[in-house]
Design a protein around this ligand. Sequence first.
Ligand code: ADP
Ligand code: TZD
Ligand code: MG
Length: 578
Amino acid sequence: MSATVQSMTANAAEAERELTDGFNLIIDALKLNGLNTIYGVPGIPITDFGRMAQAAGIRVLSFRHEQNAGYAASIAGFLTKKPGVCLTVSAPGFLNGLTALAHATTNCFPMILISGSSEREIVDLQQGDYEEMDQLAIAKPLCKAAFRVLHAQDIGIGLARAIRAAVSGRPGGVYLDLPAKLFGQVMDAEAGKKSLVNVIDAAPAQIPAPESIKRALDVLKSAKKPLIILGKGAAYAQADDAIRQLVEKSGIPFLPMSMAKGLLPDTHPLCAGAARSTVLKDSDVVMLIGARLNWLLSHGKGKSWGNAPKKFIQIDIEPKEMDSNVEIVAPVVGDIGSCVSALLTGMGSNWATPSSDWTGAVAKKREENVAKMAPRLMNNNSPMDYHGALGVLRTIIKERPDAILVNEGANTLDLARGIIDMYQPRKRIDVGTWGIMGIGMGYSIAAAIETGKPVLAIEGDSAFGFSGMEVETICRYKLPVCIVIFNNDGIYRGTDVNKAGSDPAPTVFVKGARYDRMMEAFGGVGVSATSPDELKRAVNAAMDSGKPTLINAVLDPAAGSESGRIGNLNPQSALKKK
Ligand code: ADP
Ligand code: TZD
Ligand code: MG
């Protein structure tokens, strides 16, 4: 054979060899690991990736802003225990998504932010590439782990590392940097297939040490006035039956943190939600399950915890969380499912429940508080106050307990959290550890997509504004989301006046704004409701029809208080002119 013929044969063999590329390998790697939904915004270098992913059967939800796509991915992680995936373009898109990645990390939600990036050679020499930025370096301090993949044959390993980092141990946000060149890199299809990794047991059970269980039970046995605090880690863990059994077998009153509401119904006889200040003050042993002693629990000390000496038991997957704010006399390190099961076994069959002095006092306080609130929830004032509006929404959730409640704002958040009882786990999703505004529409979209359940979003008018443009996304995907805007003309209140000039005061918005018309612009249903009766009718109609709906609930601009329930954290100038 001549050299020419030989080389022609080799070329033909080469041409027949099946090839794959970065685009396809990333899609195959995601699908192999059951990551079948992507939340993002298209653009260079990921536009084609989105199209190809959609063609390959991945659900691609295209947003109007990456921050909202990122929040969607973060809550998808919380709801499913699988990392939510957010996809963005380079520099500005990446930065827009980064807030959500940091939020996911702060809240212990598993999420992977995948961003396209510019060429390393140019970025590293700072030669001014299109959307140039050293994204990996910037992401690192804000997430649990950050990786970059430079070669197509490393895509499988890169994604495997990202998945494990996101869901194992304390979950969090992971950044995956994919330079533009990677997408087009070609390799042998067979070798490519072999390079992918099916991640086995990504979040292995972490069994607590038997002595830690014994120690915890000894402390619990010594208690006269025990309390269990359930946090969103407990909701995330999906150990719902074991947690319920622990509460009921131990007979210990429980206090759910905001996103742990519904793990056991708020109407459960042992729920101390409506007796919060009493149980924090008077309890002697507190068992934390998936809740940190951060600002939301006043760091475990100070006035709200009263003078009674306290002992803390803490169940958490993160050993470094122990003693972070106060001494933990019985740390139980492990995953909540394993820890709670071990406690149940250790309790045996004749566990002594707390005396009725304690449980009776808690129940009495709770009934008093509930009774005190009841008449205020039944008012039909127009314009509405928070209690009148929330009274009807409370009934709607009672009648539709599998709906998902999204909630943000200041007064709108604090009062809804206290007033609306939850009946099922992971049905209340809100501003989380940072008290962040802007999660509303991203959370609503992901909740509808991931669970298929109807969503009721109760939004302060300010809070809604942070993600409001996504109503178009909700209409585009025809999601069963009903948004109720508590429109009090501003942040906290709509009554501030600027005494120094003609500009509006910093906390007020356009008076009488009609947010419902935004929804109509995109073909959704818009309603303006001026009384609790009207509000009730409109929400029920929306939940029955499943049509994207926005209800502008007209609230008295003077109804709220500054900073809602956390005014104590708000520094105010002593020199301020009255
Ligand atoms: P909340 O705001 O509801 O009080 P936090 O976000 O402060 O809750 O606390 C959640 C805690 O749950 C974190 O410390 C986290 O490490 C822990 N956690 C999350 N998932 C698990 C799990 N599967 N097992 C044990 N602990 C977990
Ligand atoms: N920006 C971000 C990202 N998060 C925040 N928490 C804030 C700003 C500050 N902030 C709050 O803490 S609540 C709030 C802001 C701007 C809005 C409160 O007004 P609202 O609710 O209309 O949403 P109410 O019912 O009027 O109190
Ligand atoms: Mg407001």
